[in-house]
Design a protein around this ligand. Structure first.
Ligand code: NAD
Length: 578
């Protein structure tokens, strides 16, 4: 069942006739057993955001996560591909690199070849019929179970794998791989029920129903390294709506990706519904996109990769059975704008957290700031003091606010831009600026000050702990609004700080299209499922807001059904009368 059909109001008299017809229909059709399982309009448990645990010294969760961390760190893993019921080991492998200790031997993951990618597609298509026909409440139950498993027995395994594999401190891991992912599972189940409840009107002559069908074919999920929750939600959201998926995680997220597959299995996601393949992203993507059954992509990652995939889909448009759904959340160059009326300490704190938590590797991280000259001395004092107080190192040491960046490519890129800023006349390093890759990929949180609002680090997405500040003349507020709006190709997140309501209104209007997530007197990071649905437009993506009804709507194809009870038997309308 893929809809809660509104009972027609005036034809109660005919209800016996309808059930009789349904009885005949089910007897004679090929419909599977699962279709008729729904015997009620079930209410999904009301979704509430998962409380964030504190991990303060002496708490049981701190002890448990550290114990689990040690166990995982000291065990070499061998991560297979998950294709249908099989764990496939191709023998072609790559090393799992731990960002804070790149010489540590954490084990390996297997690389798919052409054969395995094709097998994953076939396995998804094989699972399709039974899964799409399964009653919605059964699918919801599986993902609600996944949420509870993650909130309980899997929580610290998921957090520890994320800390080690993606270089997150416990707080960053907890808000991502535990809380946000639990929220995605729970809220999406509720949103699915809301969608199914949206039914058309009927009248005395016919019962109108909308059936929210899964898409024909299979979906492809391509996910980034920086959020375990996104990595798991991108295949899970379409699957919840009755679709089958081939999932390609990032090479830099495989350690927690394996735990995600374990949660799916433990929750009862049937074999073949979500297949995980790792390996050469371009080769895997080409094979997937060549399939006529490719029904859509759920992507998060950098802008250029997404544009490349979009082009390839366009080139193959004649091969597909349906128009593929293309959903992608991509890069950002997120801003903090302070009005002269802003509170300096609040602005400084927003930069410290918004630019540097998780080493600035959040798509929402602040990376360009526009501050009035009159506030700079005060903001600078607070900001420099904050940055100098940050401790940097391994995620295992809970005193560390800052951890490594994800990989050597990212380290080298950031070091290059920092060195360039040291050399360039238009830029100066206010604080930070050191990089050390001897043991892990450590880049000091760095604040660059520039006199050029179009300086390269004001406009290029660096995806690391580097923020650039431009100071504007206090009386140039209106020009600065135009500058903020026009000097980036992206439109993901942004924040305005002001105590002046007129200035807030002005900024909200002038920057209407500059950010899909707009913050007033708050940092531009930390969106919560169900509270601030996330996504941006312009070069930042299709803005289908992960963790919202709008996103789930992309994974279904509604069918309108009109059932007439007493069909017409004469073609003549009254106007034809003599
Ligand atoms: P990335 O683009 O390097 O990788 C993303 C995914 O694409 C990975 O699975 C990767 O293997 C795959 N990929 C890489 N090259 C490919 C190719 N040629 N063909 C097909 N697939 C390919 O991004 P990343 O470093 O993992 O993540 C950081 C990026 O993601 C940043 O740009 C960030 O802004 C963005 N991001 C955006 C959001 C959002 O909601 N807007 C959220 C998280 C991350």
């Amino acid at each position: 069942m893929s809809g809660f059909y509104a009972p027609f109001e005036k034809l109660i008299v005919l209800s016996s006739q309808i059930s009789l017809k349904m009885g005949n229909f089910t007897k004679n059709s090929e419909i599977t057993k699962q279709d008729i399982m729904g015997k009620g309009f079930y209410k999904v448990p009301t979704a509430k955001n998962e409380p964030v645990k504190s991990y303060a010294p002496g708490t049981p969760e701190r002890e448990l996560v550290l114990k689990t961390y040690k166990e995982i760190f000291n065990t070499k893993v061998d991560i297979p591909l998950y294709i249908g019921a099989e764990e496939v080991r191709t023998g072609k492998t790559a090393k799992i690199v731990v960002p804070h200790d790149h010489q540590h031997d954490q084990g390996q993951y297997h690389l798919a070849g052409e054969k395995e990618v094709k097998a994953a597609i076939q396995s998804a298509l094989k699972a399709k019929k039974a899964w799409a026909a399964l009653a919605w409440e059964q699918r919801a139950a599986i993902f609600l179970k996944a949420a509870d498993l993650l909130a309980g027995p899997f929580r610290q395994r998921m957090n520890a794998a994320t800390m080690i594999g993606q270089g997150k401190n416990i707080f960053q891991a907890e808000i991502d791989s535990a809380c946000e992912l639990i929220d995605f599972f729970r809220f999406n189940a509720e949103f699915m029920a809301e969608i199914y409840n949206e039914q058309p009107q009927s009248d005395e002559t016919a019962w109108n129903r909308t059936e929210y069908r899964a898409l024909e074919g299979f979906l492809y999920a391509v996910t980034p390294f920086n959020f375990t929750s996104i990595a798991a939600n991108l295949p899970a959201a379409p699957a919840l709506m009755g679709n089958v998926v081939v999932w390609k995680p990032s090479d830099s997220q495989v350690l927690s990706a394996q735990v995600v597959m374990e949660v799916f299995q433990a929750a009862g996601v049937p074999d073949g519904v979500i297949n995980m393949v790792t390996g050469d992203p371009e080769m895997i993507t080409n094979i997937v996109l060549d399939s006529p059954d490719f029904a859509g992509i759920h992507y998060t990652g950098s802008t250029q990769v997404f544009k490349g995939i979009w082009k390839k889909i366009g080139e193959r448009i004649d091969t597909y059975k349906s128009y593929p759904r293309i959903v992608g959340e991509t890069g950002g160059k997120d801003f903090i704008l302070a009005h002269p009326s802003a509170d300096a300490k609040q602005v400084a704190t927003a930069i410290s957290r918004g630019a540097f938590e998780y080493q600035g590797q959040k798509c929402s991280a602040a990376s360009r700031c526009y501050l009035p000259k009159s506030l700079w001395t005060a903001i600078k004092e607070y900001l420099v003091a904050d940055v100098q107080s940050f401790k940097m190192g391994s995620p295992e040491d809970m005193g560390n606010f800052i951890n490594p960046v994800i990989h050597e490519r990212s380290f080298n890129k950031l070091e290059k831009y920092i060195n360039q800023a040291k050399a360039d006349e238009q830029a100066e390093i206010v604080v930070g600026g050191n990089c050390d890759k001897s043991k892990g990929w450590f880049v000091e949180p760095t604040v660059i000050l520039t006199q050029d609002p179009h300086y390269t680090t004001m406009e290029t997405e660096l995806f690391g702990p580097v923020v650039t500040i431009y100071l504007y003349e206090d009386q140039q507020w209106e020009q600065t609004l135009k500058l903020v709006d026009s000097s980036s190709i992206y439109g993901l997140t942004g924040a305005v700080f002001s105590q002046d309501r007129y200035a807030i209104v002005e900024a909200s209007k002038a920057l209407e299209n500059a950010a899909g997530n707009f913050y007033i007197n708050d940092k531009p990071t930390g969106a919560v499922v169900g509270k601030q649905p996330f996504g941006g437009s312009r070069a930042s993506g299709t803005n289908d807001k992960a963790g919202s009804k709008a996103n789930l709507m992309r994974w279904i194809s509604p069918r309108s059904i009109k059932e007439t009870f007493v069909p017409a038997t004469d073609y003549r309308y009254p106007f034809l009368g003599e």
